[in-house]
Design a protein. Structure first.
Length: 391
């Protein structure tokens, strides 16, 4: 009788157990730190929070049909542009554009390394821009030349400039033509001097070449993966994956005051989306509503609701969740491949594939509090094109 009773109880316990479904394993709160990378560098906390987390966390994978050297504009260049006079330093960072057919080019250079926290640095920040474009802006005015006794009606506006931002808040900008040559890879500036005042000057000159990344033939190669240690987290993400398809991304940034009073400065923002499972794919669907602007007498302006869906493959293992997604940028469009070859200095016809790859790793454990990558020079450095182009 006792054996029968024991067997009955055991069978009842086993029958009450339920296999944990994939949905049950995914539902919950998952955490991921936001790294300081090529996309978040120079961005405000509000910028990062205003986008979904996949806007800032992807690498690029490229495949070519021959050995190539891909231009890496965000790395230290080879050689330097030397600056002396009111400030002395070496400029090692460059972003440039060159048309091989017309010979027109434009280049921005800076001594600012966006992968290092330079807040509190004792050296000034330097930026410069130069171009030889044929369609430079031309203004017309009438002025009297005392030396000739004649009127002149044409004045050219120079877009070239050199800017120096000092730690004490002073900013000096020289707007004058800069003599240079640039072929898309190598910048050469003959030594030239500019007057800042009756007693001060700034001299600039040197040769700077883009660093490159070796791309072996027929080998998918990851670039811009941000695996190097930057020693900085730029806030953190918490994903609340809820029942009934609700997905909430919460970005949080915290920073201590300088007086050591504790972590009492916090910024947070959230994005709501929808999720669902279909086999081995987890779909996340974002909806963005345009604001309808009433133009009064005429029709309003607006696009309704934009839908943006991301298809992740997923892996759950030992308390971690890994979401992976890939996107072929060109999708066999020839014009797209030709543009990327020109942009990254690849041989024409060599590009086979250029794709974005997301590998988002989450855990159940919240990360340490964050630090903002800040500096007093944000307004000045914002004139440097990589901040707009590379992110």
């Amino acid at each position: 009788m006792k054996k029968i009773l024991f067997a009955t109880i055991l069978f009842g316990l086993l029958s009450c157990e339920k296999e944990v479904s994939i949905e049950d394993q995914i539902v919950g709160t998952w955490y991921m730190p936001q790294s300081l990378n090529r996309y978040t560098a120079g961005r405000s906390v509000e910028d990062v929070a205003g986008h979904s987390l996949n806007a800032w966390n992807y690498a690029m994978v490229i495949t070519t049909n021959s050995n190539q050297e891909l231009i890496d504009r965000m790395a230290d260049g080879q050689g330097s542009i030397d600056v002396s006079g009111i400030v002395e330093d070496e400029i090692k960072f460059m972003h440039g554009w060159a048309d091989p057919y017309s010979g027109e080019s434009s280049v921005s250079i800076t001594n600012y390394n966006w992968f290092n926290n330079q807040e509190g640095s004792d050296k000034p920040f330097i930026t410069a821009y130069m171009n030889n474009l044929s369609n430079n802006y031309q203004d017309t005015t009438i002025w009297y030349d005392d030396s000739t006794g004649n009127y002149d009606t044409t004045v050219w506006w120079n877009s070239d400039y050199i800017g120096v931002y000092f730690n004490d808040g002073d900013y000096v900008e020289i707007q004058d033509q800069i003599d240079f040559t640039f072929d898309g890879r190598i910048l050469n500036i003959p030594e030239q001097q500019y007057s800042v005042s009756d007693t001060n000057f700034l001299m600039i000159g040197g040769t700077l070449e883009h660093s490159t990344i070796a791309i072996p033939a027929n080998t998918p190669t990851e670039i811009f993966s941000y695996e190097d240690d930057t020693s900085w987290d730029y806030g953190s993400w918490a994903i609340h994956i809820e029942d009934k398809g609700r997905w909430v991304e919460v970005y949080t940034w915290e920073d201590p005051y300088d007086d050591g009073s504790g972590w009492d400065r916090t910024y947070t923002d959230s994005t709501v989306a929808e999720w669902e499972l279909d086999g081995d794919t987890l779909y996340v669907k974002y909806r963005y509503d345009d604001i309808w602007v009433d133009s009064g007498d005429g029709p309003g302006i607006g696009q309704g609701t934009w839908i943006y869906e991301v298809a992740y493959t997923y892996e759950i293992n030992n308390g971690s969740l890994v979401l992976t997604n890939e996107f072929d940028i060109c999708q066999d469009e020839l014009f797209c491949k030709e543009w990327l070859e020109w942009e990254y200095g690849l041989d024409q016809g060599s590009l086979e594939e250029f794709k974005m790859v997301w590998a988002l790793e989450f855990t159940k454990t919240p990360g340490a509090r964050s630090r903002e990558f800040r500096g007093p020079f944000r307004t000045v450095i914002g004139k440097f094109p990589p901040y707009k182009f590379m992110k």
